[in-house]
Design a protein around this ligand. Sequence first.
Ligand code: OAD
Length: 256
Amino acid sequence: MQDPMNTKPDLTGVAALLPGALRPRGLVVLTGAGMSAESGIATFRDAQSGLWARFDPMQLASEEGFREDPQRVWDWYAERREGVRRAEPNAGHVALADFDRRHPGVLTVVTQNVDDLHQRAGVAETIRLHGDILRDKWLEPCPRGLGCDPATAVPGRPPRCADCGHLVRPGVVWFGEALPPQAFALAEEAVRRCRLLLVVGTSGAVWPAAGLAALARRAGAMVVIINPADSEIDADANHVLRGTAATLLPALLGAI
Ligand code: OAD
């Protein structure tokens, strides 16, 4: 089924796995930045074009970096938010959403992406492991326990609380921070239960998300990676399809 060099797409072989996944919550698709690359949103680790090739993640994606220069971090996220708002779901997002409409209750998307392209394409259930770039949250809880909505903060770069001066920050997970516990628990449950896990467009460099492929495999699911390049978790997969999300997902899911 797989060519010996493990490099040529064997779509037919992988497509043959899909009927076995057509059961409630039978298919999980774990996505990373490569999923949105063809929508014009930069990945993190691709040489040249990746964000972390051009920017220092510790300055821009850590609490320390934010405390050091809140305006620099706020402005960088403001630009990325604009990029996300301008972007449109690509053929890969659309193929997942179409599959979901044809087979309700089968698909769970687990994404590391902070954009909203799976939701805008129309996937019913997306578990977001790394937060939502379009949301704001407080840097720290209000000392007076007022539970104010960050949307009511005084506008600024970043906005701050009119009463206590607390800062608003982007609603994403930064380096050194825990994932939203409920989201990760749901993701683990979904991969333990599925028959087929497609891992699309992730380098597999960031944990604990990267560990979901091995978890699915241990729990008895088939694991298929879709990526034009090597990833750090290729060894956890039964099959590796070399190609892009917008090409291979429609080809794979369109027929079923
Ligand atoms: P990376 O930038 O680490 O990896 C992107 C992957 O997508 C690479 O393996 C590419 O080969 C692949 N890729 C590129 N173009 C593709 C395409 N058109 N179709 C399919 N795959 C393609 O991104 P992630 O693995 O998502 O964390 O990174 C994980 C986390 O690290 C991110 O969620 C982010 C980052 O720091 C947070 O924001 C918390």
